[in-house]
Design a binder for this molecule. Structure first.
Ligand code: UD1
Length: 361
């Protein structure tokens, strides 16, 4: 797929879920003779527990460039990444820029490279929620539109791209790099004994992550969600590692009495989180990655969103969608638990990053 020997490939990452997707690609590129792989960290996520710890645990090399953009509005953050990434593209003259997932760093880097006439490869191309109120949907569609190589994780993603008129020679069904990372990390994650560290036993607790603006930015919605979690906490422990955005919104609500079974935790490192996910009785989330990870692991999952860009986690996996209301979450939790899948789903054979283009799973 690379045209020249002695090629430079630049990977751009910035937010937590990007790092898991980069890891197997970085390993595969490091093993390719004649390829110089340069990593750019935009700094979209910058807290040590949102970034550095992931690089350490995933064995990622230190980024070659750090753009230090930090948090800002969408336009400001996207613009800052574009401004700071452009000179790096000019300096390194890469043959290919790889972008990952659907965050602001993804679309910003893709636009810069495309406008400089550099080929763009999008890892996790073709996912669609068809919900234009999600910033990630805009990021996905724009990134795919300017990408030359579209690395799709699943057949539905290939179909979405084909329906949008993307020529088939640009689409490569490669599988799910995030699941490759999970497979590689699971033994180390299990060996950590994460449930014991949190004084819970396997299959006895609910694990929660919520950070979407649609769930946490509106005080009434957030209050309703917290009420739902407090209710769940009456029948067992509910562990909730809280994203900084959500932490700020909970603080603004000024809620007291989040006690009982509900425990608010700091954001967790990748391995500890994976250890907790794999042994959970139920996961409640609005993350994209956790929908895939729970389906692979056969752990029941309730996704608090009206739709998903990963529909096969519902049709073939353990995922159930729910609105942000107590009763909807209770019903979806019961439906997800009733459909617990005993064996892991064959979403990826664990060699995605090395898979030749066009191969079928
Ligand atoms: C971003 C992605 C989202 C992804 C999520 C994973 C976009 C549009 N959104 O959302 O798709 O699911 O990352 O976590 O790219 N903050 C910190 N420390 C940090 C990072 C953020 O305190 O290291 C706080 C800041 O107050 C910031 C807020 O969290 O304003 C939101 O961060 P941002 O990166 O803008 O969006 P996320 O909600 O993290």
């Amino acid at each position: 797929m690379l045209r020249r020997s002695g090629s430079t490939v630049v990977s751009v990452v910035g937010a937590r879920p990007n790092f898991m997707k980069l890891a197997p690609v970085a390993r595969a590129l490091a093993a390719r003779p004649g390829v110089q792989h340069r990593i750019v960290h935009t700094g979209q996520h910058y807290d040590p527990d949102m970034s550095d710890v992931f690089f350490r645990e995933l064995g990622l090399p230190r980024p070659d460039y750090h753009l230090d953009v930090g948090s800002a509005s969408h336009a400001q953050q996207t613009a800052a990444i574009m401004r700071r990434f452009e000179p790096i593209c000019v300096e390194t003259a890469p043959e290919l820029v790889l972008v990952y997932g659907d965050v602001n760093s993804t679309v910003a880097a893709a636009l810069v490279a495309a406008k400089l006439g550099i080929r763009v490869g999008h890892v996790e191309a073709g996912l669609r929620s068809r919900d234009w109120s999600m910033p990630e949907e805009i990021n996905r569609v724009v990134t795919d539109r300017v990408s030359d190589l579209l690395f799709a994780p699943s057949v539905d993603a290939v179909e979405n791209l084909a329906a949008e008129g993307v020529p088939s020679e640009r689409i490569h069904l490669v599988g799910n790099v995030m699941i490759d990372t999970l497979v590689a990390a699971l033994p180390a994650a299990s060996a950590l004994g994460a449930p014991g560290r949190h004084r819970v036993t396997a299959r006895s607790y609910v694990l929660v992550t919520l950070h979407r603006p649609s769930n946490v930015d509106d005080p009434a919605t957030l209050r309703e969600l917290l009420d739902a979690l407090v209710l769940l906490g009456e029948s067992g422990p509910v562990l909730f590692p809280v994203h900084p955005r959500t932490r700020a919104r909970i603080a603004a609500l000024g809620v007291n009495g989040l006690n009982g079974g509900l425990r608010l935790l700091e954001p967790l490192p990748y391995l500890e989180m994976l250890g907790l996910v794999s042994a959970a009785d139920l996961v409640i989330t609005d993350s994209g990655g956790l929908q895939e990870e729970t389906t692979y692991l056969g752990v029941p999952c309730v996704t608090v969103r009206p739709g998903t860009e990963r529909p096969i986690t519902c049709t073939e996996g353990t995922n159930r969608l729910a609105g942000p209301e107590r009763e909807a979450i209770r019903e979806a939790a019961a439906a997800a638990r009733a459909r617990r899948v005993a064996t892991p789903r064959p979403r990826s054979s664990g060699g995605t990053a090395k898979r030749p283009s066009g191969s079928r799973l």
